[in-house]
Design a protein around this ligand. Structure first.
Ligand code: NAD
Ligand code: UDX
Length: 441
């Protein structure tokens, strides 16, 4: 079976490579010339564990190709996936659909026979129907169907998420049952390999599929904001948020995942998707106060964390050296989009701090986004050299094993603000540190 993937970014590249691993022939179309030449030369433009080997193996087997010629890519494709960006539109938080609509027009012009046009990008409710309108207007003669197939992969574990998903959501135009059946048959074949591992395929309407993606991301974001507020409360009341989360999570109705407090969620999805869902609800004149509040709580969280670091230094970081461990929005990625490190470090720089930062893979991506005077270090211990305070912003595994003695030897003042709770408070205090974490006594 042949498919085409429009967009070779995070989602297009990872899911395209995973489809190829399932045995499909996948033609990825990418318009960014730097990204395309990297992919053609076997260089992977993003850091995602295991992706290099997966891409190399499937490209070598002839199942995965990269190009900018859409007509060539869609020739013979039974499904054409749209996996282009949907960033927030300037000003109002709604998703900017210009890339999706442009892709729809290009696909319509290029197709020569029947195909299902599948939206993998995260798009507002109604977008799949709008895509169908665009295609009909561009090519009234074309026989096609649309489907909505939102992607739920997480950066850092994206391959596993695609190869072994909790579920695959597929929205079809249920107002036209004949067409829906035809498109379903194609989607069943695309996801055939997942049936062997009993991954559930959930068929639903277009609107439900589109909304399921926003609702899932917003719910997870809300869960994180909830535990962040509980962490604050624990601090006030002398309780321990880690034990609280453990106790809550044992209730299967709640679940233990996504109950880790931190400096506020970031990334390419939660911030934009919570904003977009608020906007979708506003336009539908439906209440969405929990999600709107989640957005506000998360914004306030990042500002509060900068304040916490300043307070830990006695109320001022002016002319003080702040060692920063971790810059990316989460570990195992080089993605800096909406990372909490960005507002926090800008606030510290404005307050006169000297920043010495280290991140295992994110420093190149971080440089254009962080205060220009930031010094980038070779490793965590170099970042700690002469520091007045050490701040943990991303919980990279390698930071957990840093020896407190080695830190103590290098730092000028032994203060740690651990915003990811990676160290043991008792061990840190026994090593003479003034140690602050999140929601733990
Ligand atoms: P991205 O910016 O990394 O990639 C999009 C790519 O599409 C870019 O490389 C761009 O050059 C290319 N592109 C744009 N228009 C094109 C066109 N007409 N033809 C060919 N290529 C084109 O974005 P992403 O992170 O992969 O996200 C894509 C979509 O998936 C978004 O809607 C996002 O919300 C959603 N999503 C992202 C993630 C994630 O973790 N990144 C997870 C789930 C869903
Ligand atoms: C998210 C969704 O999980 C995924 O299903 C969707 O397809 C894309 O958006 P991703 O952005 O890659 O994935 O990362 P995720 O692991 O969800 O983390 C997002 C943010 O929340 C990170 O900044 C992370 O540090 C934060 N987070 C996550 C917490 O602060 N606490 C937690 O318990 C979990």
């Amino acid at each position: 079976m042949r498919i085409a993937m429009i967009g070779g970014g995070y989602v297009g590249l990872v899911s395209g490579a995973c489809f190829a691993e399932f045995g499909l022939h996948v033609a990825v179309v990418e318009t960014n010339p730097d990204r395309l030449s990297a992919l053609r030369e076997g260089r992977i433009p993003i850091y995602e564990p295991g992706l290099d080997v997966l891409v190399e193996n499937n490209a070598r087997a002839g199942r995965l190709t990269f190009g900018d010629d859409i007509a060539q890519a869609v020739a013979g494709a039974e499904a054409v996936f749209i996996a282009v960006g949907t960033p927030p539109r300037n000003g109002d938080g709604a998703a900017d659909l210009q890339y999706v609509h442009a892709a729809a027009r290009q696909i319509a012009q290029a197709l020569t026979g029947y195909a299902v046009i599948v939206t993998k990008s995260t798009v507002p409710v109604g977008s799949s129907r709008r895509i169908a309108e665009i295609i009909r207007a561009t090519r009234p003669d074309l026989d096609f169907d649309v489907a909505s197939n939102p992607e739920f992969l997480r950066e850092g574990s994206a391959i596993d998420d695609c190869m072994r998903p909790d579920r695959v959501i597929i929205g079809l135009d249920q107002k036209q049952p004949e067409r829906a059946r035809r498109a379903e048959a194609v989607m069943q074949r695309v996801y055939e390999p997942l049936k062997k591992i009993d991954a559930p395929l959930v068929f639903t309407g277009l609107e439900t599929a589109e909304l399921t993606k926003y609702a899932s991301n917003s719910f997870l974001a809300m869960k994180i904001s909830f535990i962040n507020e509980m962490a604050d409360l624990c601090e006030k009341l002398g309780a321990n948020v880690q034990e609280l989360a453990c106790g809550m999570g044992m209730d299967e109705r709640i679940g233990s995942r996504f109950l880790n407090p931190g400096p506020g969620y970031g990334g390419s999805c939660f911030p934009k998707d919570t904003l977009a869902l608020s906007r979708i609800a506003q336009e539908a004149q439906s209440g969405c106060r929990l999600v709107e509040t989640t957005v506000q709580v998360n914004e306030a969280r990042k500002a509060a964390m900068a304040g916490r670091i300043i307070a830990a230094c006695g109320g001022s970081v002016n002319n003080k050296t702040v060692a920063v461990l971790g810059l990316t929005f989460k570990p195992e990625t080089d993605d800096m989009r909406e990372s909490a490190s960005i507002p926090i470090l800008h606030r510290l720089a404005e307050a006169g701090a000297r920043l010495q930062a280290y991140d295992p893979v994110g420093m190149d991506a971080a440089k254009p986004l962080l205060p220009p005077e930031t010094t980038y270090c070779e490793n965590a211990l170099d970042a700690a050299q002469g520091a007045d305070v050490l701040v943990v912003l991303t919980e990279w595994e390698q930071f957990r094993s840093i020896s407190p003695e080695a830190l103590a030897q290098r730092m000028q003042n032994k203060i740690i603000v651990d915003l990811r709770n990676i160290f043991d408070p008792a061990v840190m205090r026994a090593s003479g540190f003034s140690y602050l974490s999140v929601g733990r006594p």
